[in-house]
Design a protein around this ligand. Structure first.
Ligand SMILES: [Zn+2]
Ligand SMILES: [Zn+2]
Length: 463
């Protein structure tokens, strides 16, 4: 009696071995094993998307078991084919049960079994050990989420591609993907941490071939707001323009234009608390060196590279920073954010800012002058060419900035306090002086006399 075997690839009944134009899953598995030694993972993986949900290793074992059953059934019918299948399973299938079956049938099992799987060269055997070593290495770091990257030699991947083409593999998965899934699962089990493909704290790079384990520690981002309570401090470290940081007479051999900056006054405690390698400071705009930053403070983000600690007591950190900055700078609202937050605060041009500027006039000013000033500067668009004082570092452009409100208070016959609430990015000193006509309208232009900004404070940055 002819044995028939249903094809999984189509619904036609086809003969089990040979003859049929359409090849069944089991036939294909046998052909693969006849050509190359394949471990359970690598055989099962060629059919990954059939009976999806069953592990490739499990599937490989099942296919080999099915082949063994088929071979035994054929043996009962005295078909010679059965011995060939059993020998293939015993050698290229690394299948002990096939070896025993041959022995029971009184056949001598093949002398030498294949040494190693043709496709993975034993990579899957190292998975447990590799995951264990990764977890050990991860132990040095605080983290919540991770992702796995698998590195495979080019020739291993090329070999699998050729193999798939030769056997017309339609439902297979690739090796890197399977290794990644297995390693991720094991690392999650052993570490108790979560897998995250979008924004992992740590990327674990594993090479199953060489056994190499590398960690890529992603930065930690802490956002907050800072106030600058004294004048004369730049926002970030300002390298000496004459010696470019090497040290010269002009900078008193410090390499810097100013001995300290907001950045330098707040960074060290962040570095210490996180035990990172370095910090970068990002802020939403900047105030002038001689301007204070008051109110609720200016938004900033500190980026810490390769932090060992991520689970921080932010209240304590805030206290440490404020103690370190000795009342010159004060931070508040510290919180952990993700990287995209830097982009958000850098686009701060759209936010509103509130300034207080003390202005000195050349001649006496009267209340009606100041009333007119309020009216003519409230709800207007100011055209501003890049100020002369920053022209050396910024392109010469004309920008348009909106002023929401201006309030003026007279302090003495030729002094007034002006409060300006405007679109971020407006140069307020130039709004007062007019910058030789480059800013219009301006306080000088409206009053027809020279107005000079004496003291400037940023009162609020509204996100
Ligand atoms: Zn393999
Ligand atoms: Zn210098």
């Amino acid at each position: 009696m002819e044995r028939a075997y249903p094809s999984t690839l189509d619904n036609q009944k086809t003969a089990f071995f040979g003859r049929a134009s359409s090849v069944s899953v089991l036939e294909k598995a046998l052909q693969m094993l006849e050509s190359h030694p394949l471990c359970d993972h690598c055989l099962g993986r060629q059919f990954a998307f059939l009976a999806y949900g069953i592990e490739n290793e499990e599937k490989g074992k099942m296919l080999k078991t099915m082949l063994l059953m088929e071979a035994q059934a054929q043996a009962f019918e005295k078909k010679m084919e059965s011995i060939r299948i059993l020998k293939t399973l015993a050698t290229n299938g690394f299948f002990k049960l096939a070896e025993e079956t041959l022995r029971k049938m009184g056949k001598r099992p093949p002398k030498k079994a294949a040494k190693v799987c043709f496709l993975c060269e034993g990579c899957f055997e190292t998975v447990d050990e590799l995951a264990k070593r990764a977890v050990e290495k991860l132990g040095e770091y605080e983290f919540s989420t991770f992702m796995v990257g698998v590195e495979l030699p080019v020739d291993v991947e090329e070999r699998e591609d050729e193999f798939k083409a030769r056997f017309d593999v339609e439902y297979g998965e690739n090796m890197r993907l399977e290794l990644g899934k297995l390693l991720s699962r094991k690392i999650a089990q052993h570490s108790g941490k979560k897998l995250d493909h979008h924004r992992p704290d740590i990327v674990v790079l594993l090479n199953p071939k060489t056994g190499e384990v590398r960690l890529q520690i992603n930065p930690l981002y802490i956002a907050g707001r800072y106030k600058k309570l004294v004048r004369g401090i730049p926002q970030s470290k300002w390298i000496c323009t004459r010696c470019r940081g090497n040290g010269c007479e002009k900078c008193n051999w410090t390499g810097k234009m100013y001995p300290e900056s907001v950045e330098e006054l707040i960074s060290p405690p962040f570095l210490e608390a996180t035990r990172g390698v370095k910090v970068s400071f990002h802020a939403s705009g900047r105030e002038d060196v001689d301007a204070r930053m008051l109110g609720k403070g200016r938004p900033f983000v500190i980026e810490i590279s390769q932090p060992k600690k991520r689970f921080l007591d932010l209240k304590k950190l805030e206290e440490a920073v404020n103690a370190y900055a000795e009342g010159k700078v004060e931070v508040s609202d510290l919180r952990v954010v993700d990287k995209s937050f830097i982009g958000k605060i850098k686009k701060g041009e759209a936010v509103q800012k509130e300034y207080r500027v003390i202005v000195e006039f050349e001649k006496e000013v009267f209340d009606e002058d100041l009333k007119m000033l309020e009216q003519k500067l409230t709800g207007v668009i100011v055209k501003q060419r890049t100020p002369l004082r920053v022209l050396h570092r910024r392109a010469d452009l004309t920008r348009e900035k909106y002023i929401y409100e201006v309030k003026v208070k007279r302090l003495s016959p030729n002094k007034a306090e002006i409060r300006v609430r405007c679109q971020g990015g407006l140069y307020v000193k130039e709004l007062v002086s007019g910058d030789e006509g480059r800013t219009t309208p301006s306080v000088s232009e409206i009053l027809g006399q020279k107005a000079k900004p004496i003291k400037l404070d940023v009162l609020n940055v509204i996100m």
